[in-house]
Write a protein that binds this ligand. Sequence first.
Ligand code: PMP
Length: 390
Amino acid sequence: MKFASRVATTMQSGLDELFTAPDPELISFAGGYPDATMFPQAALQGAFAQATEESAAFQYGDSWGLPRLRRHIAQWLQKDGIPATAQDVLLTQGAQQGIDLAAKMLLNPGDGLVVEAPTYLGALAAFNAYEPQYYEVPMAADGMDLGALQKILMTHKIKMIYTVPDFQNPTGAVMSLAKRKALIALANQYDVIILEDGPYRWLRYQGESLPPLKHFDTQGRVIFLGSMSKILAPSLRLGWMVAAPKLLEAAAALRGASDVESSQLVHRAVALYLEQNDFDAHLDQLRQCYGAKLKLMHHAISAQLPAGYQLSQPAGGFFLWLTAPAGVDMTALQAQRLAPAHVSVVPSKNLTPSHQLLNGARLTFAAPPTAKIEPGSARLTAALAATATA
Ligand code: PMP
């Protein structure tokens, strides 16, 4: 059997390393899952039951998604600074399909692709299949290092920049307003597409929200991706792409050729859910829950963190970022110290295309039950302290 070259690049993504042998005692800070107790299960149950009353819920629809739901999403995005109408919204199977479609429509093998270092593992997995030439831009607390980006843009032809400006996966960083504007100016100057991935932007626990990059886009070069995964339920597989008509038409055609369309049943149920429930009130509940969990975990870890380690202080999203002293390999530390202590994190090694960032780790406070946060944090800091003195 001779696989296409994209199989090897995809298999090397490191996704498989996240799924290790089950450990019943494990407290996992690794998987970026929402808190399962926060799904509005009864309301969704009602919406799904009602949706099944129409035969159209079981029929083919169209590859753009249910028009009624596209309208709801567009109206909701308008409140968030994105001037979209229903026609500007393509519904996708989660933001993940949006990443894949953007890469599929824009990247030929060898095309220049800028990613933040570190970045979202699943995006690298999607990009790898299209065999881009990667360029890494280091992350700072206020978003990617634009000086480093400019150097790359001055010396290499870049087709697309992938960024998660709000509560970035994995660092939790938010791109500052000044950087948002400067990034758009650079993209205009160097004729680059920006892929803005924003699934966490509605999960801010303190401070004021900043407009999405798409808000500042006057030339139709920002592709904005959103998702219901973190704010409603990931199993719905409901995301959206907002982009200039030409880009959106290409994405819709590619998506039709790949998986035809999303489930009509899901689209109808989510439309009914949004029509019959107070979604903003649901979001407020999520913010309260996650804000409290973030505070608890940040306090528990920072109170016991050994010297030389640094913990980020995010204002939203799902993730804390831990930086170990230079020279520490978090992948090795996870295998040798954290796994035996029954606690897990996501080491930084697979979060850059070059696999050269070794001393970082992503920790989620969203998924673990509240009661596990302090014991898990204690296991983590004890294991780190034992390593520091070993
Ligand atoms: N982008 C980012 C930054 C993510 O963190 C995730 C989920 N972990 C996704 C996209 C994909 O999410 P989904 O396909 O479930 O919308």
